[in-house]
Ligand binder design. Structure first.
Ligand SMILES: [Zn+2]
Length: 499
């Protein structure tokens, strides 16, 4: 099982070179100019194309049971869509209900994914509750040390469902720091969202626009900043998932300018479309764009977020792929709070980033690689196994065609969902060939996949994000020293004595 990619330009996040790439038994074994084709090897011609690390989508929800239904892109449709767009690894979220075992959730998600995935995947774990006797903390430790689940997400929103409070968040952050896991946060002020929803409904705003108006930018920005403050108190790295607004992006920038260990994600939907669609006169169309935090009605948000990927203030692009068909969205036809939250993105993520980033002249091809794979591999502890085209790395590769033009459509996509939020968008730059574990799984519009061929990827703990934490702790210990002074010897008021 060997593949030789000839005549292409290899683009890594830090280096661009003319080179061929030889893959044998699922690994990249050589990257060099003019490699002779060994006998029996399959040759892929990459003339005029870029050879980039297969994409990593660090934020998906395949077949998530959510809001009374289940996301229609399961692990099979989700990963098929992924490889058709050049993505060769997804990191999905196992999400236990309040009070449920994290280990049980992990096993459940593994049993859903393992037989279905057509590319590699990994799992984050959501922490939706906390207990004083330490069972959640010990399950976190077990998952991180024994199963390679080295990232945990908390929700500041979804009151009564997933939301936890600040004190619990601090406990989670402390545990993450101790076990070397990255803390991730869905940042919206859940109480303000809850109140905003009630106000909209009271006003008679029951349509999808109510979803957007009930949780405006400040609600996201406040929670983003609060999460980063708490992360800085604990001195542990915090990753903000799906930054959707200018104000929340500014919260991240502010924290990073203070020198806090803050990372953040944009998603394909936020870079490729906007919340004005939620005001569309067709209910089904408008509802298709409902996700949390909402896509913002300010249409210049897309470019703002892309520019912050260019500066490095945002580091990764995910999708939050969580798709629902028309009849599922219609559960909220009379009440926007009952519209299942979620949009597509898995297949089109890399094309959206290329179109709005490279084609638009905002980021370079190397930055494209950084934000679509390399940075995620580093942040989530699987670099350079993933996220790099180099000898020794997994043979997860995308041959990217910067001259290919495609019109995105639900009629042609590989998702299970009946709608595509990027419908009609013309993208200049698409996956030409996708190689997963050294096998061609997608070529020129066609899939060549086998269900269950992907593997679960255990990830490292105490990774890249933890660099410098020990030194920062030591510096704080020196700063937080007590003052040596003479003890106070004067009179002390005694409240128990009557005057
Ligand atoms: Zn999500």
């Amino acid at each position: 099982m060997s593949v030789l990619i000839k005549n292409g330009t290899v683009v890594n996040a830090d280096l661009t070179e003319k080179a061929d790439v030889l893959c044998i038994d699922g690994k990249i074994v050589q990257v060099a100019p003019n490699i002779e084709a060994p006998a029996g090897v399959r040759v892929v011609d990459a003339t005029d194309k870029l050879v980039v690390p297969g994409g990593i989508d660090p934020h998906t929800h395949c077949q998530l049971p959510f809001m009374g239904t289940v996301a229609v892109d399961d692990f099979n449709h989700g990963t098929r869509a992924a490889v058709a767009g050049g993505t060769t690894m997804i990191i999905d979220f196992a999400i236990p209900s309040k009070g449920d075992s994290l280990m049980a959730a992990y096993n459940k998600w593994r049993s859903w994914a393992d037989p279905k995935v057509v590319c590699d995947y990994s799992l984050h774990m959501a922490v939706t509750w906390w207990d004083e006797n330490g069972s959640v903390a010990s399950e976190m430790e077990e998952l991180c040390t024994k199963h390679g689940v080295s990232s945990f997400k908390v929700f500041m929103a979804y009151k009564y469902v997933f939301m936890i409070n600040d004190a619990q968040m601090l406990e989670v952050f402390h545990t993450c720091k101790k076990i070397g896991a990255l803390a991730q946060v869905h940042a919206e002020n859940g109480d303000a969202v809850y109140e905003g929803q009630a106000r909209m409904l009271c006003r008679g705003v029951t349509g999808p626009e109510g979803h957007v108006m009930s949780r405006p930018e400040d609600v996201e920005a406040e929670a983003t900043y609060r999460a980063l403050v708490l992360g800085n108190r604990v001195n542990t790295p915090v990753h903000i998932v799906h930054v959707m607004s200018k104000m929340a992006c500014d919260s991240v920038v502010r924290a990073r300018r203070e020198g806090w260990i803050a990372f953040a994600e944009a998603i394909a939907a936020g870079l490729g479309t906007d919340g004005t669609n939620c005001w569309h006169c067709n209910w089904r169309f408008a509802a298709a764009f409902v996700m949390g935090p909402p896509l913002r009605p300010d249409p210049t948000t897309k470019e703002y977020l892309m520019r912050h990927l260019a500066t490095g203030d945002l580091q990764v692009v995910g999708t939050d792929n969580c798709t629902f068909n028309a009849n599922q969205k219609a559960m909220g036809k009379d009440n926007f709070t009952k519209i299942p939250n979620g949009v597509n993105g898995l297949q089109d993520r890399m094309s959206i980033v290329w179109e709005k980033g490279v084609y638009a002249g905002i980021i370079t091809p190397q930055q494209f690689v950084a934000v679509t794979s390399t940075n995620a591999a580093k942040l989530f502890g699987c670099y350079p196994q993933k996220g790099r085209v180099a000898a020794g790395s997994d043979a997860d590769i995308c041959v990217w065609d910067p001259n290919s033009v495609r019109t995105i459509s639900a009629k042609t996509h590989f998702h299970a969902v009946d709608f595509n939020i990027f419908e009609g968008m013309v993208v200049h730059g698409n996956a030409f060939v996708t190689i997963s574990r050294g096998k061609v799984v997608y070529e020129d519009g066609k899939l060549f996949v086998e269900n269950g061929s992907g593997k679960f990827v255990p990830r490292d703990r105490f990774g890249f994000a933890f660099q410098g934490i020990a030194e920062r702790d030591a510096a704080r210990d020196r700063q937080e020293a007590k003052v040596d002074r003479e003890p106070y010897s004067g009179p002390v008021f005694d409240p128990s004595k009557k005057e």
